[in-house]
Design a protein around this ligand. Structure first.
Ligand SMILES: C=C(O[C@@H]1C=C(C(=O)O)C=C[C@H]1O)C(=O)O
Length: 99
């Protein structure tokens, strides 16, 4: 279904809900890999890895522009998501290093 083929608000919302389902599922999948990264890091600085965070943001800004989506929106979403994930990764890393 493409947006132009929707005949009413219900059809629009069915499509939006289906997309949201995928987005949330993928966020959960991404979270699992961020947690796995903790196993390969030797310090708190490495867990935070600010250079990698900036590289991810820059590449997603470029991807957004190529997809005709606002780079500002995508950056804001990624900064919120990565900030949350890094905190979770840090908590997980601490449990690994105290074992
Ligand atoms: C997953 C990693 O750990 C953190 C999380 C990142 C992310 O969510 O993309 C990026 C950098 C790290 O601060 C990583 O280093 O790749």
């Amino acid at each position: 279904m493409i947006p132009e083929h929707c005949n009413n608000i219900e059809e629009v919302r069915v499509e939006i809900d289906a997309i949201d389902h995928e987005i949330v599922r993928l966020i959960g999948r991404r979270a699992g890999f961020v947690k796995a990264a903790a196993r390969f890091k030797k310090s708190e600085t490495a867990v935070k890895d600010e250079r990698r965070v900036e590289a991810v943001i820059e590449s997603k800004r470029k991807l957004a522009a190529a997809c005709e989506v606002s780079p500002e929106l995508v950056e804001a979403v990624y900064r919120t998501m990565i900030g949350y994930f890094v905190n979770e990764e840090l908590e997980h890393w601490k449990t690994l290093t105290t074992k």
